[in-house]
Design a protein around this ligand. Structure first.
Ligand code: HEM
Length: 326
């Protein structure tokens, strides 16, 4: 009898834990790839057309859009907070150091949003448009594709203080990066895979100057000297001068980034720490040897990143214009 009571009480504890788990994961469970199937069946093709034409005009835009989705998701979840401008009720995240003069692609998201508003007003969120744009961008430049889960809603405010706290910096150590991504539910392996998006896009001299003039042993001397040509030693001279994050194939989404790291040719310090005798060296060398593993891990990590704390159900709003609340 006592045993039976013990069994039934532990069974009810298990049931309670399962209920709690279901409740706590409730938000994420609501995202679904068919979310707009009946309310806006042409949403995805409309976004895609808009994004593809923007990248056809400027190939770097693919990189900028992937980064924008990342900078959205890491700050109070994937809620399009990064897109908001300052207003009477909104404090924008655009001026924090990780975004200022650096985050770009806002007008491309605005164009995609207005194309979607033309066919289904007030239905598709800016946060979902960002997630779809990142996937379309990767695909367009030869990277992996994946099915985007949808149903995120938009925030009514930004948070510069959370942006400042939660967006990584190019001076971060490997331990800090692993721990920061960990707070978002992403593993060290996810972090390395996602950093692989530095296979495309550009960085400004101000972000890699210290590294190329360090004369340290963790940077290839020839690579440092090449990069110094367009990045003068004394700030603020040339602060905004650009260099490709992947020196070999800056316009294609491939696994060259990881090969560069193994040759000490990572542009940012936060790139090189991924291969510098630490715990992620083995992941970098695996991705450099096996592009298909990098591709599939990148796609899974992007899906995981897109799941970070979405607003769903009746939380948040569907903004009519991505840069402002309704
Ligand atoms: C691991 C920590 C990371 C750090 C410290 C970091 C830092 C940076 C910095 C400093 C730049 C150059 C910005 C500029 O000079 O204007 C950059 C560019 C970029 N980042 Fe990251 N990043 C990280 C992770 C990621 C992740 C997870 C993604 C995407 C999932 C990403 C995507 C990009 C892309 C695509 C660019 C090029 C953007 C463009 O050309 O417009 N980064 N990143």
């Amino acid at each position: 009898m006592v045993a039976a009571v013990a069994v039934s009480s532990s069974a009810s504890k298990v049931a309670a834990v399962v209920m709690l788990l279901l409740l706590s994961s409730g938000c994420q469970a609501q995202l679904s790839s068919t979310f707009y199937a009946s309310t806006c069946p042409n949403a995805l093709s409309t976004i895609r057309t808009s994004i593809r034409s923007a990248i056809a005009r400027e190939r770097r835009m693919a990189a900028s859009l992937i980064r924008l989705h990342f900078h959205d998701c890491f700050v109070q979840g994937c809620d399009a907070s990064v897109l908001l401008d300052d207003s009477a009720t909104v404090t924008s995240e655009k001026s924090v150091i990780q975004n200022a003069n650096s985050a770009r692609g806002f007008e491309v998201i605005d164009q995609a949003k207005s194309a979607v508003e033309n066919i289904c007003p007030g239905v598709v969120s800016c946060a979902d448009i960002l997630a779809v744009a990142a996937r379309d961008a990767s695909e367009y430049v030869g990277g992996p594709s994946w099915t985007v889960k949808l149903g995120r809603r938009d925030s009514t405010n930004g948070s510069p203080s959370l942006a400042n706290r939660d967006l990584p910096r190019f001076t971060d150590s490997l331990e800090s990066l692993i721990s920061l991504f960990g707070t978002k539910g992403l593993s060290a392996r996810d972090m390395v895979a996602l950093s692989g998006s530095h296979t495309i896009g550009q960085a400004q001299c101000v972000t890699f100057r210290d590294r190329i003039y360090s004369n340290g042993s963790d940077i290839d001397a020839g690579f440092a000297s090449t990069r110094r040509r367009n990045c003068p030693a004394t700030p603020p001279n040339g602060n905004g001068n650009l260099a490709p994050l992947d020196l070999v194939t800056p316009n294609s989404f491939d696994n060259n980034y990881f090969k560069n790291l193994m040759q000490k040719k990572g542009l940012l310090q936060s790139d090189q720490v991924l291969f510098s005798g630490g715990s992620t060296d083995s992941i970098v060398s695996e991705y450099s040897r096996t592009p298909s593993t990098f591709s599939s891990d990148f796609a899974s990590a992007m899906i995981k990143m897109g799941d970070i704390e979405p607003l769903t159900g009746s939380s948040g709003i569907i903004r009519r214009i991505c840069s402002a609340v309704n």
